[in-house]
Write a protein that binds this ligand. Structure first.
Ligand code: NAP
Length: 458
């Protein structure tokens, strides 16, 4: 697909971006590898951390401009765009301040002698990222790798080239050396060739199962490590003893956040039968009355989907769910007129033989399930090919904690919707992927955890 900026609010094409050439790719690989081989990657970490601090300052200084660009390019609400800009600066600061501690040698008690683990960079990384958090996804892979000393080659989604370009510009402005970060407008085939290149040591990918599988296969074929952050079908569990006002507010927010195009937002609402009717009535009313308008307007609660393909695909998915027996309780259609807007939608009666039961709906579509007890909650939550995150609402924290431990996902949140912070690991199990980003775990994914041992007998 050609790299282009098309405003999802109006549907208007604003700008196209030419693809990089094979010569550009070679230059990027050469610069990255040369940097890795230079003293930069092995030198004391502090100069790299100072660049991350400066990057946070550059982001803060450009925050209004950055937020507007995201809204224009992929249609999220201006308030969400501001939050995204805020968190990328926080991630840069987090790794600037914590990486030295994370990468410090770790002593091991061993009968064989004095032993410790050192952390060394591995080399040049290939990363492939999606459009739904166009800066945040890049920062999740840039900051830890930069701190660790790994140069990165990035292929961003083709619908957010402006965000991709501006991120690269800011990394340079912050003082990162040539080769530390390369943004390439390239095809999937070229990504595959880059992964095969001897100068690349690993691949990190966030996106759909199809793309993740292609990248994982190519990395495995060349015996390179990969991490995958794929989709989810997260449960949002409301127990009979939940604070319903709070659960309702969180549920509507979480299902409509980024127009429902978030990997960890509430997708399957699992309601205890004692509160199911009350919750569904109130949830339906709240979903039916959200303000659907221009995402630049501060009062808007639901903006457009990211592209016409996304809106058309979602409409087909809903129709297919209904054809297989689901009940369309609310919405279900694209909104006529300019832009790629979609009605807030609720599906009930989704049975296990309905394809929708196992699918991720990447848009404002909630599925409702009613359960009788905690065991049924676990059976339903874990009857999923995905395993990304989930949320449980209950006033009984011990009961919620017991359920959280039994849910097969990379994260569970109690009495709040699933969210993100620099210090919290992010990632899934099952077909939601493998490996972790952010936190102390994320920075260890692509470092050599090297054992050194001095023999007792020496
Ligand atoms: P996508 O189609 O997989 O696109 C993601 C990235 O992969 C884009 O840069 C895309 O490039 C590229 N790509 C697509 N096919 C490829 C291939 N065969 N080889 C190499 N690169 C390829 O995903 P999406 O539909 O845009 O994103 C939504 C999905 O991402 C959802 O499933 C969502 O849950 C998931 N997601 C997961 C997380 C997480 O952290 N777990 C976070 C955000 C999103 P083009 O744009 O050029 O096609």
């Amino acid at each position: 697909m050609a790299y282009q900026t098309r405003n999802p609010t109006t549907g208007h094409l604003l700008r196209t971006y030419p693809n990089h050439t094979e010569a550009d790719i070679e230059a990027a690989l050469d610069a990255a590898h040369t940097l890795y081989k230079s003293p930069w990657s092995r030198a004391p970490i502090q100069p790299r951390l100072r660049v991350l601090e400066r990057l946070a300052e550059v982001i803060d200084a450009r925050k209004d401009e950055l937020a507007r660009i995201v809204v224009e390019e992929m249609g999220k609400l201006i308030s969400d765009a501001r939050d995204e800009v805020w968190i990328i600066a926080e991630i840069a600061r987090f790794y600037a301040r914590k990486s030295e501690e994370f990468l410090a040698p770790v002593k091991i008690d061993s009968a064989l002698g004095d032993a410790w683990i050192e952390h060394h960079p591995l080399g040049v990384m290939m990363v492939v990222e999606p459009w739904n958090f166009p800066y945040y996804q890049l920062m999740r892979v840039f900051a830890p790798n930069f701190a660790a000393g790994n140069p990165v080659i990035s292929k961003h989604a083709s619908i957010v080239p402006h965000c991709a370009s501006i991120f690269a510009e800011m990394v340079e402005e912050a003082g990162a050396p040539k080769g530390a970060w390369a943004n390439l407008f390239i095809t999937s085939g070229q990504v595959s060739d880059i992964i095969a290149d001897d100068r690349i040591v690993g691949a990190a990918m966030t996106g759909s199962e199809g793309a993740g599988t292609a990248i994982a296969i190519q990395a495995a074929k060349h015996l390179k490590k990969s991490t995958l952050e794929m989709g989810g079908n997260d449960v949002f569990v409301v127990l009979d003893d939940a604070d319903l006002d709070h659960a309702l507010e969180a549920g509507v927010f979480s299902r409509l956040h980024i127009s429902g195009q978030e990997c960890i937002c509430a997708k399957r609402f699992v309601l205890h039968e004692a509160i199911a009717k009350t919750f569904l009535d109130r949830f339906t009313k709240a979903m039916a009355t959200v303000t659907i308008e221009d995402p630049m307007d501060e009062a808007t609660e639901l903006g457009p989907l990211s592209s016409s393909e996304a809106a058309e695909g979602l409409a087909k998915q809903v129709q297919n769910a209904v054809e297989h027996g689901a009940t369309l309780h609310l919405g279900g259609r694209q909104i006529a007129g300019e832009g790629f807007f979609f009605e807030p939608t609720i599906l009930t009666n989704v049975t296990r033989d309905n394809p929708a039961y196992f699918e991720e709906f990447f848009g404002p579509v909630a599925q409702i399930y009613v359960v009788k007890n905690d065991d049924e909650i676990i059976d339903l939550a874990n009857d999923s090919r995905f395993g990304l995150a989930g949320a449980i609402f209950s006033k009984n924290i011990e009961r919620a904690k017991a359920l959280a431990s039994r849910i097969e996902t990379g994260a569970v949140w109690i009495n709040t919707f699933a969210s993100t912070a620099p210090e919290l690991p992010f990632g899934g199990v099952k077909r939601s992927g493998y490996g972790r980003e952010l936190s102390h775990l994320g920075i260890k994914e692509f470092v050599n955890q090297k054992l050194v041992l001095v023999s007792k007998t020496a």
